[in-house]
Design a protein around this ligand. Structure first.
Ligand code: PLP
Length: 370
């Protein structure tokens, strides 16, 4: 596999051809859209793109008006699902500048995802350059206040061939979507449904990879959670069906009465950058964090005894969502009386303050784009 993608190693950086949209959204229309963007339905005027084929390696880096892809019906991604993505945000600082948060970590994870899915790994410098180019040209689309510009880098296999093998051609692209504050007036605690019929990932599978296929496989369980009146699904391990893994798109933390934290270990879960940041911030302040397996039965009994003080989910989109209630076929239980706890809210504030450039950034996580 590696040999067939060797050409990319020569292309650590690529010049981007920037072609501004001929008919960008008028400022008044943009202002209307930014007033209440919701999540993932409003898009900026441009996209960044880079192409890969075996003869040229990564080439054709460009920023242009956002447009549809022409796709042959036999395009590989439509059949065998070689698709990976990332999610990160651009934040407007009080001084009017713009921050990215740990884009190098997204670039590295994207490369790891490509390797697991037998796709051409994109040089990390090209990944970051594409994002920065798009943020610069679409900077007027970044909401102020607690809003942000959600960036969605992704890669698809676009060789036209029905044979089952790694595609010989890929498209990498970045699109951007302004998002409002996820929660107006502080995050509302979420309720989660424990999926006992469906699992998300097995050892040796793709659980640690940000690929669309993982989401396709999770949607049935998520729909079941909604049917049960819950906000989100939480998955258990695929072998013993006891150990808590993560939600459909967020990692999970537990807060104990001795002040310590625990979170499920890496392996079959997605290695969240928010998860990693919380572990780092906690350890910085002397809070012990264990990355260790935790069973659903233990969770239930620790919640009942009061040993467990809080639980929360975390990810780029919502930052931190306190978990107020857990529902399962074996009965429901609440955590912290169903309310948001101080530890979850404290980490949320610490992270958000760093992201928006309001707090010192000891690990140099933010990157100024503007
Ligand atoms: C993206 C994602 C997360 C959160 O990762 P962040 O880097 O913190 O945004 C957690 N779980 C799954 C399944 C994901 O796809």
């Amino acid at each position: 596999m590696r040999a067939s993608f060797e050409k990319i190693e020569g292309a650590k950086s690529l010049p981007f051809d920037v072609q501004p949209a001929a008919e960008p959204t008028p400022a008044t229309v943009r202002a209307e859209k930014l007033a209440n963007p919701g999540f993932g339905r409003v898009f900026t005027d441009h996209m960044a793109m880079v192409s890969y084929n075996q003869a040229e390696g990564w080439h054709g880096a460009r920023v242009a008006a956002r447009a549809s892809f022409p796709l042959d019906p036999a395009t590989a991604v439509l059949h065998y699902a070689q698709e990976i993505f990332e999610g990160l945000k651009a934040y407007k600082r009080d001084d009017g500048g713009v921050n990215l948060f740990r884009p190098d970590a997204n670039a590295r994870r994207f490369r790891n995802s490509a390797e697991r899915m037998a796709m051409a790994p994109l040089p990390e410098t090209v990944f970051i350059e594409a994002i920065e180019q798009l943020v610069r040209i679409d900077q007027d689309w970044i909401p102020g206040g607690e809003g942000s510009l959600y960036l969605r880098p992704f890669m698809i296999a676009n060789e036209v061939f029905l044979g089952v093998k790694p595609s010989a051609a890929y498209i990498f692209a970045v699109i951007a979507s302004p998002v409002g504050s996820y929660f107006k007036g502080g995050p509302a605690p979420i309720s989660i449904w424990v999926s006992e019929d469906y699992t998300r990932a097995a050892v040796g599978g793709t659980g640690a990879v940000k690929c669309g296929g993982n989401y396709a496989a999770s949607l049935r369980a998520q729909a079941e959670a909604i049917d049960r009146g819950c906000d989100q699904v939480v998955f258990l391990d695929a072998i013993e069906r006891r150990y808590v893994e993560e939600l459909g798109g967020m990692n999970v933390f537990f807060v104990f009465d001795d002040g310590s934290l625990s979170t499920p270990p890496l392996g079959t879960i997605l290695p969240g950058i928010t998860r990693d940041s919380i572990i780092t911030l906690a350890r910085d302040s002397g809070t012990p964090v264990r990355e260790e397996p935790y069973t659903i039965d233990q969770w239930r009994s620790d919640a009942a005894s009061g040993k467990l003080r809080e639980a929360f989910a975390c990810g780029t989109a919502a930052v931190i969502s306190p978990i107020g209630k857990v529902c399962s076929a074996h009965g429901d239980f609440t955590i912290n009386g169903g309310a948001a706890g101080p530890v979850a809210m404290g980490f949320r504030k610490k992270l958000v303050d760093i992201q928006y450039g309001r707090a010192t950034d000891p690990h140099r996580w933010t990157r100024k784009v503007l």
